[in-house]
Design a protein around this ligand. Structure first.
Ligand code: AMP
Length: 455
């Protein structure tokens, strides 16, 4: 399938080809015809599937025809959970709309000064990309005229739900025309999302994009079992010596940890900075610009940066702390391997992470073999049982990639991890095969531990 066959306006096809895309992704191929036909659509698609273009191209296609109603208000409204994602969506609108006669894209985000936003909203707006809380403020102040609104897009609806924005989203929807076209994108379509969709969408076409596995295929995923913070710091120090790193994002669980780790790395001479939700939008934008322009090599961030950062040179993602939710894992590692490149994701799991690891394995269908760096093996054994991973799916091709080594750089080469005495374990074998060369001494690991994984 080619973009030309999708019946999009030629100026949009030209922009897409100029962006270097040769053919539509699966979500684009399925959603664009339905959207051009005017249907509501609900789609389960993760970041990395090309979902932004899937809704933005038909949205822009609408703009190629003059508005039926006279006014200044937006014709397209996209709601996103985070400011970073909103900025990415606005960037996509400008990129794909650059050959259309005039497309005014405005972002209304929390943390930005009101006077500037008031000014932006006083002009003619074609595409408005907003985070829900700040948009509600403007709606209440009577600053937005939705009479021209034709299309409402709820991007990452599950995330908006998690973040407590759904009431705001529903209020915003209720202030838009009922004859609008409504699109809902979500990583998962569970019952809560279904209920929201039932309230906001009219007989939507459903699109299910297979799974996140395909899009993780190009990302090498590695998992290290760690004893404690000191062990994490030693491993991190080692990993950061990898000369194949162009740029990296290190994720921490808390804002404080992001700040202190960024400070430590800077003190060690790394070009590092922190990014988290306590920073002003201006600081966050400055940091992202630094990363984009290559002045920064390492970003230490909380999950605020897990979505919406699209920088081709991010070769590595390091989960210094494992995320609590599997979706966040997928979003975090999706910061690498952008624009057709391959990427590497390394995660640290401690004894407290058993449940998180299990969730990630279930969600991604991967099974992680712990790996270790010679001389930096953990002193302790995982205290969690991984027996119920037996019910996990067989690994996808992505899962096999989890067992490749960190890089071919001999300085950072790693080996699959055993604990002391576990050196006989072989890795890289498919599920269901005996992977032990000799019996493990510790009976706990004979049956339960996934290093052995004798199914
Ligand atoms: P998204 O899922 O919207 O976050 O998009 C993920 C990445 O895929 C972005 O870097 C897009 O620029 C890129 N992309 C979107 N559509 C295509 C396509 N048809 N071909 C190649 N890359 C694409």
């Amino acid at each position: 399938m080619s973009f030309e066959k999708l019946n999009l306006h030629p100026a949009i096809v030209k922009a897409v080809l100029a962006a270097g895309y040769t053919s539509p992704t699966s979500i684009q191929e399925q959603a664009i015809p339905e959207l051009i036909d005017g249907h509501d659509v609900m789609a389960s698609a993760q970041t990395g599937t090309g979902k932004t273009a899937a809704f933005m191209l038909p949205a822009l296609h609408r703009l190629a025809t003059p508005a039926k109603i006279h006014g200044r208000g937006p014709r397209i409204l996209v709601l996103t959970p985070t400011r970073e994602l909103a900025l990415q969506v606005s960037g996509a609108a400008s990129k794909y709309g650059k050959f259309l006669p005039r497309v005014n894209v405005v972002s209304i985000l929390g943390g930005m000064p009101y006077p500037l936003q008031n000014k932006l909203l006083s002009q003619i707006v074609d595409v408005l990309v907003a985070t829900p809380g700040r948009l509600i403020d403007h709606i209440e102040r009577g600053r937005i005229d939705f009479s021209r609104l034709e299309m409402l897009v709820l991007d990452e609806a599950d995330r908006m739900l998690d973040m407590g924005f759904i009431q705001d989203v529903e209020r915003i929807a209720s202030s838009t025309p009922t004859n609008r076209q409504t699109l809902l994108f979500s990583a998962t379509l569970d019952t809560t999302i279904e209920k929201i969709a039932a309230r906001l969408l009219k007989t939507p076409k459903r699109i299910q994009i297979a799974s996140q596995h395909a899009k993780l295929d190009h990302i090498e995923q590695r998992m290290h079992y760690v004893d404690d913070l000191t062990h994490k710091n030693r491993l991190l120090d080692h990993l950061l010596r990898d000369t194949t790193i162009k740029q990296a994002i290190i994720f921490t669980a808390t804002k404080r940890d992001a700040d202190s780790l960024a400070d430590n790395l800077s003190a060690q001479g790394h070009k590092a900075a922190a990014m988290h939700g306590d920073m002003t939008q201006r600081e966050r934008t400055r940091t992202l610009t630094g990363l984009r322009q290559g002045r920064l090599k390492i970003l230490v961030a909380t999950d605020v940066a897990a979505r919406g950062i699209d920088i081709a040179d991010i070769t590595h993602v390091i989960n210094f702390d494992l995320p609590k939710f599997a979706e966040d894992y997928v979003h975090r590692i999706g910061r690498t391997g952008r624009a057709g490149a391959s990427g590497t994701a390394v995660s640290f799991a401690s004894s407290k992470d058993g449940i998180h690891l299990k969730r990630i394995e279930r969600f991604t269908g991967n099974h992680f073999e712990f790996q270790s760096i010679p001389g930096m093996e953990p002193r302790t054994k995982p205290r969690f049982s991984r027996s119920d991973n037996r019910s996990a799916k067989r690994p996808s091709s992505a899962a096999h990639k989890t067992r490749r080594s960190w890089s071919d750089n001999p300085n950072t080469r790693t080996s699959p991890q055993g604990h002391r005495g576990d050196k006989g374990i072989e890795f890289g074998q498919p599920f269901g095969r005996e992977t032990r060369k000799r019996p493990l001494r510790d009976s706990k690991f004979n049956h339960q531990d996934s290093f052995a994984r004798a199914k």
